[in-house]
Design a protein around this ligand. Structure first.
Ligand code: FES
Ligand SMILES: [Fe+2]
Length: 461
């Protein structure tokens, strides 16, 4: 664990955790937590082992035998649907010597055969065969050998897993955010389906930096994306339905326990997020009147579920396309490294509509590694990674700022009470002048980082 001695590790990490906790009400946080090896090591055990980590979508493993390779923290898991239709996730580590036995990112198989000595597991995780069993392992009952598996739970097609089975159920964990998730990722009768393989790229930034950005940081758009904004023709597409003050009262930020979403709506206009007119025929009848009303006026949603799942459903302004929906995972690869995975989803009703798919794909691509927006962000996020690694910030215990939306900071941020805006704390000018999203996500970070570890080889160092 890290390079520090055990006692240093403990006191440094504890101090940063405490500073984060006490800073939430003041709107400050220790900048160092955005790139620190000891904090990162603690995050893997305290956050990633026992949080609900996004693993995949039901539509990716529809048939018995389908599997995809996914990670919890940095641990490689195989998400499978077994022959009986059950969904499971196994650690890709053979119980003989630990060899990895899954070499493909996805596929369909009833069995996995370990390449090292040939033990064979069925896709329900049980050991089925060992070469030369009669000669080598007479007394070993294969039923006593099982792959390590994760605890799984699902919501609206989303499959989440955790290694330590403690804390709230997925349903409890998502809480009020379920209302938004239903709207963002399950608005039509047939539901969403993942289209094609995900876009993936490696970047040199901390997973929290991007999770925070997508949890409602619209403030950065003015500076970071100035060029993209200027080249955009805002008079085209559904955005032309916006009144002139398009940034004004129509931007909202909704914060629930463990999640924050920024969304933009039009005022009493029918935008339906840029969907074809027949979208109204496909609405999911389970949506409440308020959810349907919000969808009618919607333009975009960007949100993060702590720790590292981002959801997007948007129509891009100008000529960039959409609507598209995406799930993103900020896959940690180290304190200053991340693998970004972005899945594209569309309502099943539109999968065969070529014109729609072409536009939707363009929207999804606009917010990808080669898109107009992402390249702006990446340079800055990598800079954050370099600066927050610094010993200056460590030695000085320097603090960053997240005071927007707190008392005395802005006349323009106001808490909304209309149920149409959804549950949780919803504010106007969300994300542009309100850093409630960052405070929400760092509250979840504090809650989980300050909780004692359980299980073998855990606890205080
Ligand atoms: S490590 Fe898998 S069979 Fe030996
Ligand atoms: Fe951005």
């Amino acid at each position: 664990m890290g390079s520090s001695s055990n006692s240093e590790y403990s006191s440094r990490v504890k101090r940063m955790i405490e500073q984060t906790g006490s800073g939430i009400d003041e709107g400050s946080f220790p900048l160092k937590i955005f790139n620190d090896q000891d904090i990162y090591d603690a995050e893997l055990r305290r956050i990633f082992a026992r949080s609900w980590v996004y693993l995949g979508h039901m539509s990716e493993i529809e048939q018995p035998g389908d599997y995809v390779r996914r990670y919890i923290g940095e641990d490689p898991y195989i998400l499978t649907r077994d022959e009986t239709g059950q969904i499971q996730a196994f650690l890709d580590s053979c119980m003989h010597r630990g060899a990895q036995f899954c070499t493909a990112d996805k596929g369909n198989t009833s069995h996995f055969r370990c390449p090292y000595h040939g033990w064979t597991y069925s896709n329900d995780g049980t050991l089925q065969g060992m070469p030369k069993k009669a000669e080598a392992y007479q007394g070993l009952d294969p039923e006593d050998v099982e792959l390590e598996s994760a605890y799984l739970d699902t919501f609206k097609g989303l499959i989440f897993g955790r290694i330590v089975d403690e804390g709230p159920s997925l349903e409890e964990y998502l809480g009020d955010f379920k209302w938004y998730l239903e709207l963002i990722l399950d608005p039509t009768e047939k539901g969403m389906t993942v289209v094609t393989d995900a876009h993936r790229w490696q970047a040199n930034h901390n997973w929290k930096t991007s999770a925070d950005n997508f949890g409602g940081d619209n403030y950065h758009v003015f500076a970071t994306h100035q060029a993209a904004e200027e080249t955009d023709d805002l008079d085209r597409g559904p955005w032309k339905k916006l009144p002139d003050n398009r940034r004004g009262e129509f931007n909202h930020l909704a914060c629930t326990d463990n999640a924050a979403v920024s969304y933009q709506i039009t005022n009493d206009r029918e935008t339906y997020m840029g969907y074809p007119d027949d979208i109204t025929e496909h609405f999911n009848s389970d949506l409440s009147e308020e959810q349907t009303e919000l969808f009618r006026r919607s333009l975009f949603y960007f949100g993060t579920i702590f720790p590292n799942t981002t959801v997007v459903h948007a129509v891009q302004s100008g000529g960039w396309g959409g609507p598209w929906a995406a799930i993103r995972k900020w896959q940690p690869r180290g304190p200053g490294e991340v693998e970004v995975i972005s899945w594209w989803l569309v309502p099943e009703e539109y999968e065969d509509n070529d014109a729609f798919m072409e536009r939707s794909h363009r929207g999804w691509e606009s917010l990808s590694a080669g898109g107009a927006f992402e390249s702006d962000d990446l340079t800055i996020w990598e800079g954050i990674s370099e600066s927050t690694k610094s010993m200056t910030l460590d030695i000085r215990e320097s603090k960053g700022n997240m005071q927007q939306g707190m008392d005395g900071m802005s006349d323009e941020v106001e808490i909304l009470e209309d149920p149409m805006h959804g549950p949780g704390e919803v504010t106007t000018n969300g994300g542009f002048y309100d850093e409630r999203g960052t405070r929400t996500l760092l509250s979840s970070w504090y809650e989980q980082m300050s909780r004692e570890e359980t299980g073998a080889n855990s606890g205080e160092q």
